[in-house]
Design a protein around this ligand. Structure first.
Ligand SMILES: [Zn+2]
Length: 416
């Protein structure tokens, strides 16, 4: 038997003035029991959609900041990534909380979040990361548009992949086109009219876990992101470690085998060649995983080169002995890097994040076992804790949002 809803629904739909060729739909509805208004915007330039969802206070006051931002936004037509969100905005914005905006620029998407003063994500939005010619100028448009769509109030941090100086200059970024001394911090600050913090994306993820995740209260922690490659961020003595240039945390390029496979960085045998998602796939192929006795591929498609890490994970969960051997070998490589980092920094805790964190149930025991075996002088120290991250794909954006609030002793100002 169906129960009747206890909430009456008030719905109001209005069409506002629109730029030529676009349709801006303004929908408001209210749940009286919550006494809160919700607003949805839709921009439809030639089929792409933009959506925003935000609540208003009980006064039913002025139109939301999201709405105002949408009207201000220019959506440059020559910047495909800035013509509207692909992922939409989700979340309820508490109008009484100070919003801090964080944006994580990934190779595919730029993900933005707004977090409240108590660390909750109250809104989220994303845009495709611009590629090709003029992509950096378009990236600035994307960052400004995301900030405004999320209700920018003067606090913005941005996480970017690559080498970021203390002055917010992106020296190099392998997954962004045309980056060479890109002054993203200064340029965004000029567009928004106030200071903006820029940081390496993995360092942002470390900050998210340190302040709001698995490592709260830990003064010496290292975050490792196990994705296609390896990223890292570190807190030492209660402060974010950035290094003299700002480049600290490139743990994935520690050489663990000088005769190992070639790394895109130009050297051989970097840690990320073994202990990343691509490393797991390589180890699987080297072990002959996914090939029948007669040489025919049985997993991953037509040939063994298509075997990916997720194939190994899936088979391991079903008890496939060959997959479990590969997982164990992979975890030994992960633990080798952790033991090296322990020798260098003596952390209290490692937090493992990135795409492979989905396989925490498979990896945690063998990583810990190998770590204990490989650790230098294990009888003289407790084994550093190893846990998987609490934040998922939002970690970088959440940590970026926290950047401006870190004290000067935790993070030197980048200036503008
Ligand atoms: Zn390398």
């Amino acid at each position: 038997m169906c129960a009747r809803s206890q909430y009456a629904l008030h719905l109001e739909v209005r069409l506002l003035e629109c730029p030529p060729g676009t349709r801006l739909e303004h929908v408001e509805w209210r749940y009286p029991a919550l006494d809160r208004w919700f607003v949805r915007l839709r921009r439809d330039p030639g089929g792409s959609h933009s959506r925003a969802l935000q609540s208003r206070d009980r006064s039913g006051g002025p139109t939301s900041r999201v709405h105002q931002a949408a009207r201000r936004s220019s959506h440059p037509q020559d910047c495909p990534g800035a013509q509207g969100p692909s992922g939409g905005v989700n979340g309820v914005v508490d109008g009484t909380s100070a919003r801090r905006i964080g944006i994580d620029v990934g190779g595919t998407n730029a993900l933005g979040v707004a977090i409240s003063s108590d660390g909750r994500i109250v809104a989220e939005d994303r845009r495709p990361t611009p590629r090709g010619d003029d992509s950096l100028r378009c990236l600035l448009d994307v960052l400004v548009e995301l900030s405004e769509s999320l209700g920018y109030e003067g606090s913005l941090g941005v996480g970017v992949p690559g080498l970021v100086t203390r002055k917010g200059v992106l020296r190099a970024a392998p997954h962004l086109d045309g980056v060479a001394d890109f002054e993203v911090g200064r340029l965004i600050a000029e567009r928004l009219g106030s200071h903006v913090e820029i940081e390496n994306d993995a360092t942002c993820a470390a900050i998210a876990e340190w302040k709001l995740g698995a490592a709260v209260g830990v003064d010496d922690m290292i975050l490792i992101t196990l994705g296609t490659g390896i990223g890292g961020g570190m807190v030492a003595n209660g402060s974010v470690l950035r290094g003299s240039n700002g480049f600290a945390g490139e743990f994935g390029h520690m050489v663990v085998d000088p005769n190992g496979p070639r790394c895109p960085c130009g050297r051989q045998g970097c840690w990320e060649r073994y202990a990343s998602g691509s490393g797991l796939a390589m180890l699987a192929r080297n072990a002959g995983f996914g090939v029948d006795n007669d040489g025919e591929a049985r997993i991953g498609g037509a040939d063994q080169n298509s075997v990916q890490g997720e194939h190994v994970q899936s088979a391991a969960r079903q008890g496939d002995s060959a997959a479990l051997v590969v997982i164990d070998e992979f975890c030994r490589w992960v633990a080798l890097g952790l033991s090296n980092l322990t020798n260098a920094f003596d952390p209290e805790m490692f937090v493992l994040g990135g795409g492979l964190a989905d396989g925490a149930d498979l990896y945690l025991e063998p990583i810990t076992r190998w770590f204990r075996e490989l650790l230098y002088q294990p009888h003289l120290r407790p084994l550093p804790r190893v846990e998987f991250a609490k934040w998922g794909p939002q970690a970088g954006a959440v940590g970026a949002a926290l950047l401006p609030s870190l004290s000067l002793t935790e993070r030197p100002s980048t200036g503008i």
